[in-house]
Design a protein around this ligand. Structure first.
Ligand code: SAH
Ligand code: SF4
Length: 355
């Protein structure tokens, strides 16, 4: 272990304070920031507009670290999956899902998860620890390293165009680090991903929803997965703490005053649990009651060894989607990607641990 300070994950202000403490002018901090986040540079010696003695000072005091890539797989449909390892040996997964000329990188916020949703493989692994802001940001930086997207391309030309905070962990159980990380990822002098191209998904930690969204300006997705508390509590025990009404009230507050804020409700299709037409009707009534501007994302369930649920039939998923669409809600069915590389949440990690 070193007593040097890791730069990735410090806010702009923090970097500035550190450099001023070292007797440097504030504009040096801006230059350093651009090396880190615009150029993706990891070698102090290559920071050509910094004087040699400053580079040496930086080297003596700081590190620039990426998580180690432990495993990497590319699926037939070009979905890519990384297993990443941090300094203490803890591991998370990251997935890149390409579309024609763009694509979304799915990043993690915790090692494991304390929410314990019954259908989720990560949830069956318990919480080990929160990720730091630097560990959250550096996942995306590994994706950029892999695809050679440094220096930061413009919004029109970048291939890694979107970020979804939908990997391992519950972001609203680690809000401080998530907020800090998202503010670094969206900074215009660095990585510069637009806030509208980032979606954060939560299981519904109601008291944290509005404050975290306000602090980041990203898009909100709620893992709803059920039309009523009875079903939801069965598959997501956290619903006893934060029931549907509380979550939807927070959603109302988030939307009030800004008509452009749409919410995506994720709905996992579980056979004979939440996938009947009656369930769809109840869901529509719920949305109408709360007058939310919402769309749905119907997710085919990805089974894993030891899980008690089965995926809904294609016929049921289609009927469910049709009912929502007839009621005026967009309800695309998420296309299963990367099936041949086990792209379900948590599966690459556990496969590797077994071997
Ligand atoms: N903790 C956050 C974000 C990470 S989970 C949340 O729950 O929203 C991201 C999404 O993957 C959630 O919508 C979750 O319900 C879904 N998911 C979990 N296990 C799954 C599985 N086995 N098959 C398909 N989707 C799953
Ligand atoms: Fe945690 Fe999300 Fe998995 Fe639930 S679905 S256990 S909140 S990661």
């Amino acid at each position: 272990m070193t007593d040097k300070t890791e730069l990735i994950g410090l806010s702009k202000t923090e970097i500035q304070e550190k450099l001023i403490q070292m007797g440097e002018k504030p504009f040096r901090a801006k230059q350093l920031w651009q090396w880190l986040y615009f150029h993706g540079e990891t070698d102090f010696d290559k920071m050509s507009n910094l004087a040699k003695d400053l580079r040496q000072k930086l080297k003596n005091n700081f590190t620039i670290t990426r998580p180690k890539i432990v495993a990497e797989q590319v699926s037939k449909d070009k979905t890519r999956k990384w297993l990443l390892e941090f300094q203490d040996g803890q591991r998370v997964e990251m997935v890149y899902i390409p579309e024609d000329d763009r694509g979304a990188v799915c990043i993690s916020t915790q090692v494991g998860c304390a929410v314990g949703c019954r259908f989720c493989h990560t949830g069956s692994q318990k919480l080990t620890r929160n990720l730091t802001a630097g560990e959250i940001v550096s996942q995306f930086m590994v994706a950029r390293d892999t695809y050679g997207e440094w220096p930061s391309p413009t919004a029109e030309t970048r291939y890694l165009s979107n970020i979804v905070v939908m990997g391992m962990g519950e972001p609203l159980h680690n809000p401080e680090n998530v907020i800090k990380a998202l503010n670094i990822l969206t900074d215009g002098e660095g990585i510069a991903i637009s806030r509208r191209r980032i979606t954060m998904s939560t299981s519904g930690i109601a008291p944290k929803i509005v404050s975290t969204l306000k602090a980041t300006g990203v898009r909100l997705a709620i893992s709803l997965h059920a039309p009523n508390n009875q079903i939801r509590s069965k598959i997501m025990p956290i619903n006893d703490r934060f029931p549907i009404e509380e979550i939807l009230k927070a959603c109302q507050e988030y939307q009030s005053g800004d008509g452009s804020r749409y919410i995506t409700f994720e709905y996992l299709m579980l056979k004979d649990v939440n996938d009947s037409l009656d369930n769809a009707r109840e869901l529509i009534a719920l949305m109408k009651k709360y007058k939310l501007r919402a769309s749905f994302n119907l997710i085919p369930f990805n089974p894993w060894p030891g899980c008690i649920f089965q995926p809904s039939t294609e016929k049921n998923i289609k009927a469910f989607a049709d009912a929502l669409e007839k009621a005026g809600f967009a309800a695309p069915v998420r296309v299963a990607r990367g099936q041949d590389i086990l792209a379900a949440c948590g599966q690459l990690k556990s496969q590797k641990e077994k071997s």
